[in-house]
Design a protein around this ligand. Structure first.
Ligand code: B12
Ligand code: SF4
Ligand code: SF4
Length: 256
C-alpha cells in the first residue's frame, strides 16, 4: 500500500514522500493528533523543493516563488488526500502548510495543529539542523513539507539516523534577527520582526499609533509605505522577507 501511495505522490511532481505511524509522531508542544481526527493511524508527509527564488534580493520575486510553491503544494496535498479516499478506501484529512493557523494571544508561540517538522522527522524525511529546520538528506533544508492524516495503518519509514548538520554555524551567523543564537530554539519574536515586517505586530502598532493622532495626521499615516504594505500583506497571507536560515545552509543547495 505504501508503495502505491508513494508512486502516486512522486507522480504529482513532489520531491519525496514518507510515512509516520501516529505513535512515532512526537511533537511536545502540539495538540494531541487524535483531537484533530480521532481515528487517525498515520501521517503521509511529502515535500517540495524551494527553487532559486529564495535567493533573490528582491522580496517580491522571493515571495512570489514561495506563493507558487505553496499553491502547487496545497493542490498536490489535496490530490493525495483524495487518492487515499478514492483509491485506498481510507479517510483522509489534509493539514495546512502554514495557514490557517490558530493565532491568538493564548497561542503566543503559534503552535500549529500538526507540526510538519516533527511529522517529517517521524516519516524519515530528515533531521533537525542547527537552524531548527528539517534537513532532507538529498535536498537539504530547502524544502517545504505538507501532510495528510489518514485512518490507514501504515508503518513508519526508517528514520534518518545520520546527523546531517555539520555545525558550521553559517545559518546562525546569517540570521539578521539573531533569532538562532540559543541552540534548539528559534526566537519567534526576533524572527518575526525581520521575516514578516508587515505582519500582525506592525498592524497593531500602526492602529494604536493612528488612534492617538489628530485627523490631519491620521490622513497622512494612510499614505505611507507601512500602510500600503500591511494592506498588501493582509491579503497575501504571511509574507516573508527573510529566507536566510533557509538559503545560507550549504547542505543540498546544488541538488535540483
Ligand atoms: C508558526 C511557524 C513559524 C513561526 C515559528 C513559531 C514556532 N513556535 O515554531 C515563525 C514565523 C517564526 C516561523 C519562521 C520560519 N518558518 Co515556519 N512555520 C510555522 C508553522 C506554521 C508552525 C510551527 C510550529 O507549530 N511550531 C511549534 C512547535 C512545533 O515547535 P517546537 O515544538 O517548539 O519545536 C521547535 C524547537 O523546539 C526545535 N526542536 C524541536 N525538537 C528539536 C530537536 C532538535 C534536535 C533540534 C535541534 C531542535 C528541535 O525546533 C522547533 C523550531 O523552533 C510551520 C508549519 C507547520 N504546520 O508545522 C512552519 C514551518 C516550520 N516553517 C517553515 C519555514 C521554512 C520557516 C522560515 C524559513 C520562514 C520562511 N521564510 O519561510 C522561518 C524559519 C525559522 C527557523 N529557523 O526556525 C517550514 C520549515 C521547513 C523545513 N525545511 O524545516 C515549515 C515546516 C512550513 C512548511 N510547510 O514547510 N515559522
Ligand atoms: S527567517 Fe530570517 S530572521 Fe527568521 S530565523 Fe531565519 S534567518 Fe533568522
Ligand atoms: S548552516 Fe551549517 S550549522 Fe546551520 S544547519 Fe546548515 S550545516 Fe548546520
Amino acid at each position: 500500500m505504501k508503495e502505491k501511495i508513494r508512486k502516486f505522490i512522486l507522480a504529482q511532481g513532489l520531491d519525496d514522500a514518507g510515512f509516520a505511524a501516529v505513535e512515532d509522531y512526537k511533537s511536545p508542544l502540539s495538540p494531541k493528533i487524535e483531537t484533530l481526527f480521532p481515528e487517525v493511524k498515520s501521517v503521509v508527509v511529502s515535500c517540495v523543493k524551494e527553487m532559486s527564488h529564495i535567493d533573490s534580493p528582491n522580496p517580491q520575486i522571493a515571495m512570489n516563488g514561495r506563493l507558487d510553491v505553496m499553491e502547487f503544494a496545497r493542490s498536490a496535498n489535496y490530490k493525495i488526500a483524495r487518492f487515499l479516499e478514492k483509491e485506498c478506501g481510507a479517510r483522509a484529512m489534509s493539514v495546512s502548510l502554514s495557514y490557517p493557523l490558530e493565532i491568538s494571544p493564548q497561542n503566543a508561540l503559534s503552535v500549529a495543529d500538526v507540526s510538519l517538522r516533527h511529522a517529517a522527522l517521524a516519516a524519515g524525511l530528515g533531521v533537525f539542523g542547527r537552524h531548527n529546520l528539517i534537513i532532507h538528506p538529498r535536498l537539504g533544508p530547502r524544502v517545504l513539507f505538507m501532510a495528510v492524516l489518514t485512518d490507514l495503518a501504515l508503518p513508519s519509514d526508517p528514520p534518518v539516523t545520520k546527523d546531517l548538520c555539520t555545525q558550521c554555524n553559517i545559518c546562525v551567523e546569517s540570521c539578521p534577527a539573531l533569532a538562532l543564537d540559543v541552540e534548539g530554539k528559534t526566537d519567534f519574536g526576533k524572527c518575526l520582526s525581520v521575516s514578516q515586517p508587515y505582519g500582525l505586530a506592525k498592524i497593531i502598532g500602526f492602529w494604536l499609533k493612528w488612534a492617538d493622532k489628530s485627523p490631519e495626521e491620521q490622513k497622512k499615516m494612510l499614505f505611507t509605505k507601512d500602510f500600503f504594505m500591511t494592506y498588501q500583506a493582509s491579503f497575501i497571507g504571511f509574507q516573508y522577507f527573510c529566507f536566510k536560515c533557509f538559503n545560507s545552509c550549504p547542505l543540498g543547495s546544488s541538488d535540483k
